[in-house]
Design a protein around this ligand. Structure first.
Ligand SMILES: Nc1ncnc2c1ncn2[C@@H]1O[C@H](COP(=O)(O)OP(=O)(O)O)[C@@H](O)[C@H]1O
Ligand SMILES: [Mg+2]
Length: 227
């Protein structure tokens, strides 16, 4: 792949913890194309979350480089700005604010980006509709099912029109039916929005839905296949 086609380029990345006694990533190089649908799999502790965190600039490598859209090794403040606009992240634990409604949880992502409160509200409703839970806009997270909560967090991740969506085991707290529906939604969003989507997963069915599969073991990429 030409670098011009890549949204993310990771080169020789190593990530150590605890002064080097833990090596979470050990020489990882890969690139993600602008419209790639990629699954990352591997056993617990193999470095999947560490890799995803580096892709979104939530963490920085000990050595090696991560380039986003041609920008080499963005500084933490640049990553923060990228996450506010062009990178969406979906976590295993949903990370919703329990005292805000579904709509308000989505609107929070637009503070500082969309100045008009009315526009923030309208956009939040449109996004909740897009992920199939427009009727839940006024409910609080404790009043929602796991699947509905994860849909709110997807709507929030889409708030500012990202070009890259990162999802770390998004279905691991859902039952298999809700999980399958959620993956279907993510893949439909990937297709309709023409974005890059990276999903960390253990789920065989999800792996089979993804054209590209990256396998990890002990902080290294052991497999990178397409088709
Ligand atoms: N903040 C941290 N401090 C210390 N060790 C960590 C930290 N984050 C991850 N690790 C370690 O790095 C390795 C990879 O972790 P992780 O990326 O979470 O793996 P996975 O998501 O594949 O389960 C594990 O050994 C884990 O314990
Ligand atoms: Mg993990």
């Amino acid at each position: 792949m030409q670098d011009g086609d890549a949204i993310l380029v990771i080169e020789g990345v190593r990530r150590e913890f605890d002064g080097g006694s833990i090596v979470a990533l050990d020489g990882v190089s890969l690139s993600i194309g602008r419209r790639d649908l990629t699954a990352v799999h591997g056993p617990n502790g193999s470095g999947k979350s560490t890799l995803l965190n580096l892709m979104g600039g939530l963490d920085l490598p000990t050595s090696g480089t991560v380039s986003f859209d041609g920008r080499r090794s963005p500084k933490p403040a640049e990553w923060t700005a990228l996450r506010a606009g062009t990178i969406g992240i979906i976590f295993q634990e949903f990370n919703l604010l329990p005292t805000l409604t579904a709509s308000e949880n989505v609107q929070v992502a637009m503070f500082g980006v969309v100045p008009s409160p009315a526009e923030r509200r309208d956009r939040a409703i449109a996004l909740l509709d897009e992920v199939g839970i427009g009727h839940c806009a006024g409910r609080f997270p404790p009043q929602l099912s796991g699947g509905e909560r994860q849909r709110v967090s997807i709507a929030r991740s889409l708030a500012n029109g990202p070009v890259l969506l990162l999802a770390d085991e998004p279905t691991s707290n859902l039952d298999s039916k809700a999980g399958a529906a959620l993956i279907e939604l993510l893949i439909a969003l990937w297709r309709e929005r023409g974005i890059a989507l990276v999903i960390v997963t253990h789920d065989r069915a999800v792996l089979e839905s993804c054209a590209r599969r990256i396998g990890m073991m002990d902080g290294r990429v052991t497999e990178d296949v397409r088709g």
